[in-house]
Design a protein around this ligand. Structure first.
Ligand code: IPM
Ligand code: MG
Length: 372
């Protein structure tokens, strides 16, 4: 029996292409694992009105962790139109399977390392090495939203907040409300994870990225919690930066930053910026990590126009596989894989189109495998 059972979730579009690349590398590295395919994505939305079928969730329960490719999601109306006729008009609502996985399995930490591999022609600057810790289950992503605003909800809000009065003349149909819900526990967990990572990896600072001057309660809770947690790590500096200033500083002085920690929505935004600093979505890897399970995925979407063309850069998927190896405690294999990715990029002989080359997805993966 293999040492690990890994759920294999290619999903849609280029998810399949980059997972094939991951397989080439994982086979070469001899990970003692059984890979078990799971259904997920658009096809299952169309045919079952559920892009994350229960059988797939059962599979996750029986595996150590999952590798996930990419998924197509579209606005509400287009989702409805894509359903097979029997399922249309039944009020089925598309919910992003990756967001569901994060919340339903409490994969509370989204780890997004953004490292400029030396010699990558797409680097904004050499030497950038930023790790984003994004809270992964709460915030604006909880999906507690209203449109139109029900009278009962308006009544409770009016009774409890005087600032609601300015909307008294606006009809419910003309008001949309999305709740930003953040708990002390989740704030503490993500901040602690960021500091622990900084400690283990000899990082000097952790920057909490929020907006407490305006969003006083939710952002305020994050920052106040960060100050408390920071007391346990006297050797690591806590910096506090507002999200708007942060994106400016990251463009101006990206080498100043080490570890960033932030809430779900700001983390979504700032991690795309950091990804672009080190070569774009082709290099943006992530781990969704909980106490008992983890899902590793490139941050890019399913890029339907490139699907099946064996064209896109698989590096984000390879780095995600490296994060998976670290999660499994296979640190030597993880370091070897990281070294091989770095060597191929530095040599620059094998490059996908985004890096100005003409090599395919699998050729790049093969080049990395050859270095192992
Ligand atoms: C990400 C993505 C997802 C998110 C989408 C696909 C739901 O942008 O992982 O950053 O918003 O979290
Ligand atoms: Mg995103």
């Amino acid at each position: 029996m293999a040492k690990y059972k890994i759920a294999w979730l290619p999903g849609d579009g280029v998810g399949n292409d980059v997972m094939e690349a991951a397989k080439i590398v994982l086979d070469k590295i001899n990970l003692d694992a059984e890979y078990i395919h799971g259904d997920i994505g658009w096809e299952f939305w169309r045919s079952e009105a559920n892009p994350l079928p229960d059988r797939t969730k059962d599979l996750l329960g029986k595996t150590d962790c999952a590798l996930f490719g990419a998924i197509t999601s579209l606005p509400k109306e287009e989702c409805e139109k894509a359903l097979i006729p029997e399922l249309q008009g039944k009020g089925k609502i598309y919910a992003s399977p990756i967001v569901r996985l994060r919340q339903e399995l409490n994969l509370r930490t989204n780890l997004r390392p953004c490292r400029a591999y030396a010699g990558n022609p797409l680097n904004y600057k050499e030497g950038i090495d930023i790790t984003v810790f994004r809270e992964n289950t709460e915030d604006l992503y909880v999906g507690v939203e209203f449109h139109p605003l029900p009278d009962a909800v308006r009544k409770v809000l009016n009774e409890n907040h005087k600032k609601m009065a300015r909307f008294d003349d606006t009809p419910g149909e003309d008001i949309a409300v999305s709740l930003r819900i953040n708990t002390r526990k989740a704030c503490r967990n993500i901040i602690t994870d960021a500091f622990e990572y900084a400690k283990k990896n000899g990082r000097k600072s952790v920057t909490v990225v929020e907006k407490p001057n305006v969003v006083r309660e939710t952002s305020g809770l994050m920052v106040r919690t960060a100050r408390e947690v920071a007391k346990n790590y006297p050797d690591i500096e806590l910096w506090e930066t507002n999200i708007d200033a942060m994106v400016m500083w990251l463009v101006k002085n990206p080498l100043d930053y080490d570890v960033l920690v932030t809430s779900n929505m700001f983390g979504d935004i700032v991690s795309d910026l950091c990804a672009q600093l080190v070569g774009g979505l082709g290099f943006a890897a992530s781990g969704n990590i909980g106490d008992n399970y983890a899902v590793f995925e490139p941050t890019h979407g399913s890029a339907p126009k490139y699907a099946g063309m064996n064209k896109v850069n698989p590096t984000a998927m390879l780095i995600s596989s490296m994060l998976m190896l670290e999660y499994l405690g296979e640190n030597e294999k993880a370091a070897a894989l990281n070294g091989a990715i770095g060597a191929v990029i530095k040599e620059g002989k094998v490059r996908t189109y985004d890096m100005g080359g003409s090599n395919s997805t699998t050729e790049l993966a093969q080049a990395v495998a050859d270095k192992l």
